[in-house]
Design a protein around this ligand. Sequence first.
Ligand code: 13P
Ligand code: SF4
Length: 320
Amino acid sequence: MILPAQSENPASLAHLDLEHEIPRLKREMNAVILAHYYQESEIQDLADFVGDSLQLSQQAAATKADVIVFAGVLFMAETAKILNPGKLVLLPDLKAGCSLADGCPADRFAEFRRRYPDSVSITYINCSAEVKALSDIICTSSNAEKIIRQIPPEKHILFAPDQHLGRYLMKKTGREMTLWPGSCIVHEMFSEKSLVQLKERHPRALVLAHPECPEAVLRHADYVGSTTGILKYAVASPAAEFIVATESGILHQMEKACPKKTFIPAPGEGGCSCSECPHMKLNTMEKLYLCMRDRRPEITLDETLRQRALKPILRMLEMS
Ligand code: 13P
Ligand code: SF4
């Protein structure tokens, strides 16, 4: 069960200096703010740690703070709670979901598992706590390949819920897997045709892509990896120009780390720059402040469910 936020008109906070108030509340509460790269820039700049899904769950597992404020989406905050049952875990907007998690309901996933009884199920962390509890091992885009390579070759693998990441991993590892047919609404929007046209206009630019992109887009990528992988690649590369095929929030850290390099968001159909995750962007500075001030909305989980969901997450952390 998840407790809802108190409703308050964000305009009534206009007199507050949130860049000062949020750190003040953080000190008072002994809180840590964990933010994903897809959060708006102001939130990233206030966070104690900004990272990809694996790093954020590692930070959540290691924190000594009493309160975890998760500037991300629901599956990320749930993972933090699964790892920290005794801590208060807050999410600024409970409606911050994920199309991958929404497209893989637990009852249908249970049926999927029943159809392949002798398989091992590796499930992308972008899923609900209920689906985690039905999985053998959780993975993220940065450790999935490493985890798959540790599965004995005779074992059949079920991979859910992102078909594009699954297909990319099959190619990378040479392992056959049965894929759940889910996808991310943001990465699915990138258009191969518009990308090719953009590359013609920027012939020296390297294409950096998240593995949630469709195969037709990944085909043009010079580098494929998690958000942290993309950022590290851009920092280390001698190239000066990059086309970035993932949610545009990552550009903030890329531009901070490499102020002399140029980053161009990959285009969608018709050339639109529509690479914003509507779920991630539900979190705002005002909602971040309110959730800390009011200590809600809080993530709570049934203890039996939490213990079942914990096992495949711990396996992931061991195998990473
Ligand atoms: P990363 O683990 O690469 O940060 O990806 C999270 C995500 O939601 C991608 O859309
Ligand atoms: Fe989910 Fe896609 Fe948003 Fe990531 S970008 S949180 S996968 S909807």
